[in-house]
Design a protein around this ligand. Structure first.
Ligand SMILES: CC(C)(COP(=O)(O)OP(=O)(O)OC[C@H]1O[C@@H](n2cnc3c(N)ncnc32)[C@H](O)[C@@H]1OP(=O)(O)O)[C@@H](O)C(=O)NCCC(=O)NCCS
Length: 219
């Protein structure tokens, strides 16, 4: 179980610094700072494309060229028309798992010493989108009046189960409900349901389910 400590206080702030902890490392809890931004200007499309690929997630589920291909033009349009975007950054050296560090061979010790110096330097710099790595993302679009839906939620695999995904969803839902939009849907796979349940989602009490348009473009 991960948890987060808020060091900012405005729940709807467009930028916020928090700490999250990996509880799996019981002997040496590893807390890392993360930076949450809801500003579209902080979305770097190349970094986002990289995150899609690291998370094995597709923003274009119906892409003819295969799931891994990101159409940057469509992605740019989608982001610019999204109602809410939430990006999470952390320092690049914090994205490496503790276990990975331990498995490094002795022959790489020199490199490790050098990178430790680099890490120390990185540690004293304040975390910001400009020096951070995009490690989490989520977006929602809405009609600005009644309904909204959440898309492209993802967290870098090495930082999953630290509470980052839940922070992103909470941020999205808080922004939407602050505008009196409560009809919020999340299109997800069966294995993602426990996560969305943990974020306060459930089966629609009106009994609706999702149906998808199936006619191909060629038809
Ligand atoms: C789904 C995803 C965004 C969750 O992000 P995350 O940061 O790991 O999630 P959190 O740490 O905030 O999890 C919060 C709670 O959700 C539940 N949960 C999260 N992942 C789960 C999993 N794989 N199985 C069961 N429950 C899970 C747990 O209750 C968890 O709390 P706990 O860790 O204290 O037990 C992440 O797994 C991911 O990026 N997956 C790949 C892309 C994807 O499938 N996106 C969803 C489609 S929109």
């Amino acid at each position: 179980m991960g948890f987060a400590v808020c060091v900012g206080n405005a729940s709807l702030a467009s930028m916020e610094l928090r700490w999250v902890r990996r509880s799996k490392c019981d002997d040496a809890p590893r807390s890392i700072p993360i930076f949450i931004s809801t500003l579209k200007k902080d979305v770097n499309l190349e970094e986002l494309r990289h995150l899609y690929s690291r998370c094995d997630h597709s923003c274009n589920r119906l892409a003819k060229n295969g799931n891994g291909i990101v159409d940057m033009k469509k992605l740019r349009t989608a982001i610019s028309h999204s109602d809410v975007v939430v990006s999470v950054f952390c320092k690049p050296h914090h994205t490496v798992l503790v276990e990975d560090d331990e498995q490094e061979s002795l022959s790489s010790k020199q490199n490790k010493d050098e990178s430790s110096l680099g890490d120390m330097f990185q540690d004293v710099l304040p975390l910001a989108p400009s020096n951070g790595q995009l490690v989490g993302f989520g977006r929602a679009y809405s009609d600005y009046g009644l309904t909204a839906s959440i898309h492209d939620l993802m967290v870098l695999p090495s930082l999953q189960r630290m509470g980052i995904g839940k922070l992103i969803v909470n941020r999205i839902t808080r922004l939407l409900t602050s505008r009196d939009i409560y009809d919020i849907a999340a299109l997800c796979f069966e294995h993602e349901r426990p996560f969305f349940k943990a974020c306060g989602f459930a089966d629609d009490r009106m009994g609706s389910t999702t149906m998808m348009f199936t006619k191909s473009l060629e038809a």
